[in-house]
Design a protein around this ligand. Structure first.
Ligand code: F6R
Ligand code: MG
Ligand code: MG
Length: 364
């Protein structure tokens, strides 16, 4: 019998500013999900946070995009928003773009990643969660995990992985998708996924079995709302071990703190710093962007865990490099490439400034 593993997440209020989450929001979410587990809707759950994002990790038997599961998650965000308003947390209800639930949280503000599969003899699942960055931030790490032999030696020396993986890539602006078979199509694929603000890896499949290996949230808040409402702060679920990359091969890409979009006012490039959950409190210049990882073994859908996967001194150098790269970027102040190009910035005064300058702008 298939199990569904899903993460539904939203920023429904920050504490303090956009730096972290108030414990009462996590308490309320735990209370609601416990009820959902007792009622049989969920097999199991784990509530956590990454920075100011509330993360609902859930297992059940109802398949992705199940209306009852999505409604329960939505109601949990609504309940949390009430508490956030009572405490006057910053940006209370920020990601709740709709006022009424309409069958599915997709397009309503929250981010979603869900996958359904037959649980293996031992089923290792890693859940990545990011704050102060956009969907598309998983492109580079997913490429390294599933297509780069310098990262994943299993692609070279494990016979059950040697035929490679298929990547499902979404054009988030034109709402199109295309599949690439790797390794033979990596050059074509990199043309697209090297531009993560437009193309995002939605899912990865094991070619021999067709089994799902990874899925990410690709919702773009700014495209949904048509205005700046905070960064997407995406999530990604990755299956591990056996004919999927080992835990260490999946974590390895994060030893390099790649530059991502986000950070202050969602309008800067900065390094993605891998941290333990307790350190996911982006505060320097509202950052730098963070990624956390909760690891689980599944047992008939029960979430055995989490293990806080970046709580390891082996990632100290990545954090230190992120701080150095962050400092280097910060020295550019309001200049590109620290600041995003004009068309990518989430906050802008450009129309206002151009209006003011209209009378003074002369032909060359
Ligand atoms: C970035 C982020 C913060 C805010 C900044 C201003 O994703 O959430 O950097 O953009 O703190 O926040 P507001 O406009 O809410 O005062
Ligand atoms: Mg926020
Ligand atoms: Mg956030």
């Amino acid at each position: 019998m298939k199990v569904t593993v899903g993460v539904i997440k939203a920023d429904i209020g920050g504490y303090v500013g956009h730096s972290s989450s108030h414990p009462r929001l996590l308490e309320k979410a735990n209370e609601n999900l416990e009820k959902a587990k007792k009622s049989g809707l969920l097999i199991d759950y784990h509530v956590t946070r990454c920075g100011d994002d509330l993360e609902l990790i859930m297992t059940h038997r109802h398949g992705p995009e199940n209306a009852r599961v999505h409604k329960m998650a939505w109601d949990t965000f609504v309940d949390g928003t009430k508490i956030a308003k009572e405490l006057k947390l910053h940006g209370a209800g920020q990601d709740m773009l709709s006022t009424a639930f309409s069958g599915n949280v997709k397009g309503m503000g929250p981010g979603v990643a869900e996958m359904e599969f037959e649980e293996r003899e031992a089923e290792t699942v890693l859940i990545f969660m990011a704050d102060k960055t956009s969907s598309g931030a998983w492109n580079l790490p997913l490429y390294k995990m599933f297509a780069d032999p310098f990262n994943t030696i299993g692609l070279v020396i494990a016979s059950n992985m040697h035929n490679g993986f298929t990547f499902e890539v979404h054009d988030v602006k034109e709402h199109k998708k295309v599949n690439f078979n790797c390794p033979e199509e990596i050059y074509d694929m990199l043309v697209l996924i090297g531009a993560p603000s437009r193309y995002a890896v939605k899912a990865v499949y094991h070619r021999d079995s067709g089994d799902i290996a990874a899925v990410s949230s690709t919702q773009k808040l700014s495209l949904m709302a048509g205005r700046y409402v905070g960064k997407d702060d995406p999530v990604c679920i990755v299956r591990s071990q056996g004919y999927f990359p080992a835990v260490g091969e999946i974590l390895e890409p994060f030893a390099f703190p790649q530059l991502v979009e986000g950070w202050m006012r969602g309008s800067h490039h900065g390094p993605l710093m891998p941290v333990a959950v307790c350190q996911s409190n982006p505060s320097r210049f509202d950052g730098p962007p963070r990624v956390t990882c909760a690891g689980f073994q599944l047992a008939e859908g029960m979430l055995v865990g989490p293990r806080d996967m970046f709580d390891d001194p082996a990632f100290d150098d990545a954090r230190s490099l992120a701080n150095k790269a962050g400092e280097y970027m910060r020295r550019h102040g309001p200049f590109e490439p620290h600041r995003l190009p004009l068309e990518e910035m989430e906050y802008t005064t450009m129309p206002m400034v151009m209006k003011k300058l209209a009378g003074r702008m002369q032909e060359l």
